[in-house]
Ligand binder design. Structure first.
Ligand code: PAF
Length: 294
């Protein structure tokens, strides 16, 4: 299906689809002129109710909600992961329309990166550990695209899901370093009935892999329950053993970290928030999850 760009003059009654920066800037000028506060939900599409919950938060807090759908090649360190990333533009547009999104921005790669983005960010420890260690360049690519999208959309607030906990910290750091005006709003994880965190990647799981994946949220709950009476290192070893004993699952990591710095912690100290973060493959599909344990 070929989506035609539409006139911004119809706002706010019809969802506008913009494919170019020129179109989004026209809408932006219009909205600024009307003194509207723009809420922004950046996504890579293959939308689910987790994304829609971000959109709802934006609609509550802002006058106009812009959602972007852009599968950002720069944040995929594994090209086969990029190739298999789910793309469902028609279903996405329908969901956004039903949820009352005002503007959808669906740019091409050339529109976002007319020339290669060579910027290298340094966020200290936060982008080097956990997913930063397992997916080299991933957070640099995220910072590149999110800063570019912020520059185009110029949002008042931007909404991100806490399933990508490390990403939220990275983006907050980026906003601080670049002295951007946007406020980052972190929204709770939405889960399926069996506890699996909602993710676009869940659609890629086979029936068996999906069944095995339900162990991931159970592991997180177990980590929290055990943390009241066992050393964190022992819990980690026990849970890694449980995961890796399942023939369909393989853990990249299960870590207990300081929730602000992402430094690993071995004990829970008063006044310090500890978060358990995991990255576990079910088959070829990598699933991340996290849970505050105190
Ligand atoms: O979380 C995502 O879907 C992506 O990392 C984001 C923030 C849209 C940047 O491509």
């Amino acid at each position: 299906m070929n989506y035609q760009s539409q006139s911004i003059d119809l706002l706010p009654f019809v969802m506008i689809i913009c494919k170019t920066i020129q179109e989004i800037r026209a809408s932006e000028t219009n909205l600024t002129f009307r003194k509207k506060l723009i809420g922004f939900v950046p996504t890579m599409g293959a939308l689910h109710n987790g994304h829609i919950s971000l959109l709802k938060e934006s609609k509550k807090a802002c006058d106009i909600t812009i959602c972007s759908i852009f599968v950002n090649p720069n944040q995929f360190n594994d090209k086969s992961d990029l190739a298999r990333y789910p793309r469902t533009p028609e279903a996405d547009i329908k969901m956004l329309e039903e949820a009352g999104c005002d503007v959808v921005f669906m740019p091409s790669v050339e529109e976002i990166y007319p020339k290669a983005d060579t910027r290298v960010f340094d966020f200290g420890v936060i982008d080097k550990v956990l997913d930063g260690a397992y997916r080299p360049g991933h957070f640099n690519g995220v910072a590149q695209v999110v800063s570019r999208l912020f520059d185009i959309v110029k949002p008042y607030k931007a909404f991100f899901g806490l399933k990508d906990y490390q990403q939220v910290l990275v983006i907050k750091k980026m906003v601080e370093q670049l002295q951007l005006k946007v406020e980052i709003v972190a929204c709770p994880i939405l889960r399926e009935a069996d506890g699996l965190a909602m993710s676009s990647r869940n659609t890629l799981l086979s029936v068996e892999e999906r069944k095995a994946a339900s162990l991931v949220p159970q592991i997180m709950q177990e980590a929290k329950a055990l943390s009241t009476h066992l050393p964190l290192e022992d819990i980690k070893d026990r849970l890694l053993h449980v995961v890796n004993s399942n023939p369909l699952l393989k853990a990249d990591y299960i870590e207990f970290c300081d929730a602000d710095t992402l430094q690993p912690v071995t004990e829970i100290k008063p006044g310090k928030k500890v978060i358990c973060l995991s990255a576990i493959f079910s088959g070829k599909i990598r699933l991340i999850d996290n849970l505050f344990i105190n």
